[in-house]
Design a protein around this ligand. Structure first.
Ligand code: XMP
Ligand code: MG
Length: 183
């Protein structure tokens, strides 16, 4: 796919779609080895739409898909750790083995909260799959059971990730040119 029209807005590509798909194959293989059925895969809207769609198609174990939308209270692009549920699950997690699928782990605050929330509701187990992680940005330790790529602490877009709701549709992960931020 050609995205040369994005050429002046993107700075560099960090992870190509080919690299993402290969990594998701590894992650799915490990998930298949770890579970035998009765898996509830929870995608976190909206950023995880791409990784959810690609990952579940590589998993062979039977599973259900569900979605949550959450938002950190407070302003700006930084997570506060106080999370508000914008859209809750349709499924009852009681007694279920839950796999949360996330786009990116930045401070870790959102996922730490989400994991605890699902365990408090009676999930039998909660594991985390994320395609990206920024190790330098971690504020809390969150165990990522299935990880794609560690990346530098830079704002990234593409493959579900947005800047002001743009760039989610790019099939790769990249950084934005500084002028796009209004700089
Ligand atoms: P925390 O800090 O709680 O945040 O781990 C996770 C959420 O923050 C968003 N996020 C990003 N979104 N580019 C984005 O488009 C980024 O570089 C980025 N870093 C964090 C994302 O919604 C994630 O779920
Ligand atoms: Mg976002």
């Amino acid at each position: 796919m050609d995205h040369t029209d994005m050429g002046d807005k993107l700075e560099k590509i960090l992870v190509t779609n080919e690299e993402i798909q290969a990594k998701l194959e590894d992650m799915a293989r490990q998930i298949d080895a770890d579970y035998d059925g009765d898996l509830l895969v929870v995608g976190v809207l909206k950023g995880a739409v791409m990784v959810m769609a690609d990952l579940v198609r590589k998993i062979h174990s039977p599973l259900n898909m569900d979605w949550m939308a959450v938002s950190s209270y407070g302003m700006g692009t930084k997570s506060s750790g106080v999370v508000r549920i914008l859209k809750d699950l349709d499924a009852d997690v009681t007694g279920r083995h839950v796999l949360i699928v996330e786009d990116i782990i930045d401070s870790g605050l959102t996922l730490a909260w989400l994991k605890k929330n699902l365990l408090d509701r009676g999930a039998q187990s909660v594991r985390i799959a994320a395609i990206l992680r920024k190790p330098e940005a971690a504020k809390v330790d969150v165990q990522v059971d299935y990880l794609g790529f560690d990346i530098p602490d830079e704002f990234v877009v593409g493959y579900g990730l947005d800047y002001a709701e743009q760039f989610r549709h790019l099939p790769f992960v990249g950084t934005l040119a500084p002028h796009v931020y209004g700089g």
